[in-house]
Design a protein around this ligand. Structure first.
Ligand SMILES: [Zn+2]
Length: 222
C-alpha cells in the first residue's frame, strides 16, 4: 500500500464531494431532490431503518414466543450486533422516532433514557452518535454557529410559495448571527448567502451535543 497515493485518492474524492455555492444553488439542488432537508428525528429514524427491519412473529418463532409471549417483535438491523435482550426498549425508541419524524406530539418531546446502571442507555446513544458521523453531510448556512438549514433565509411572506414550488415544509427562523450577516454583509440579498456542506462530528461538536455530566464517573448526558 502506497500511503501517499492512498491519501491523495482520498483527498481527490473528498474535494469532488465538496459543495461550494450560495442559496440559489441550494434551491436548484432542492428542486431536483426535495428529500434533502430533514429534521433530526427523521434523519435518525431513516438511519436506523436503512439497516433493515425484520418482524418476528411468535407463531413462527418459538424462541420469541418463549421470551416475549404472543407479541410480534420487530428486530432492527441497526442494533442487531451490539444489543441483546432489549428488543422491546429498542422498539419503543424506534416508535418514538417514527412518530416524531411524522411531526407527531413526540416531535416536541425530549427522549429521556432511564434505567439501572449497565442497562445499555449510554451504549444506545453512543451507537446513534457514531452512526450519525457516517451519515451523509447536510447543507448548512456557511459560518452559522449552529449550522442551520438554509431554508430559514426565505422571508415569511414567500414561504408558502416556496413550499408549493419545492413541495417542502419550511420551519424555523434565522439565527441572530446569520441575520446580522445577511443585513450587514449581504445587503439583505439572501439568495447570495453562502451555503456549505457539514458532516456530523462528535469531536468537534457538530450536530451532536454533549453536556458534561455533573459526576463524570456515573453519568453520561450525551
Ligand atoms: Zn445561523
Amino acid at each position: 500500500m502506497d500511503f501517499k497515493e492512498f491519501i491523495e485518492i482520498d483527498r481527490e474524492k473528498r474535494s469532488t464531494e465538496k459543495f461550494e455555492g450560495n442559496f440559489l444553488d441550494y434551491l436548484q439542488i432542492l428542486k431536483n431532490n426535495p428529500d434533502i432537508p430533514k429534521l433530526g428525528h427523521q434523519r435518525l429514524y431513516e438511519m436506523i431503518l436503512s439497516k433493515g427491519v425484520e418482524d418476528l412473529k411468535p407463531d413462527e418463532n418459538p424462541r420469541i414466543r418463549k421470551i416475549y409471549g404472543n407479541q410480534v417483535i420487530r428486530k432492527y438491523g441497526f442494533f442487531k450486533n451490539d444489543f441483546y435482550g432489549i428488543d422491546k426498549v429498542i422498539m419503543k425508541i424506534a416508535s418514538y422516532l417514527k412518530s416524531a419524524a411524522m411531526k407527531g406530539e413526540e416531535a416536541r418531546q425530549v427522549l429521556y433514557l432511564v434505567g439501572p446502571v449497565g442497562a445499555g442507555k449510554s451504549s444506545i446513544v453512543e451507537s446513534l452518535k457514531k452512526a450519525l458521523e457516517e451519515c451523509e453531510e447536510i447543507y448548512a448556512l456557511k459560518g452559522c454557529p449552529m449550522h442551520e438549514e438554509p431554508l430559514h433565509l426565505i422571508p415569511k411572506h414567500l414561504r408558502s410559495k416556496f413550499e408549493d414550488m419545492l413541495s417542502i415544509k419550511i420551519e424555523g427562523d434565522l439565527c441572530p448571527v446569520c441575520k446580522y450577516k445577511l443585513l450587514h454583509e449581504l445587503d439583505g440579498k439572501y439568495e447570495d448567502f453562502p451555503v456549505e456542506r457539514v458532516g456530523f462530528s462528535i469531536r468537534s461538536r457538530k450536530g451532536i451535543g454533549v453536556v458534561p455530566p455533573v459526576d463524570p464517573n456515573n453519568q453520561d448526558t450525551s
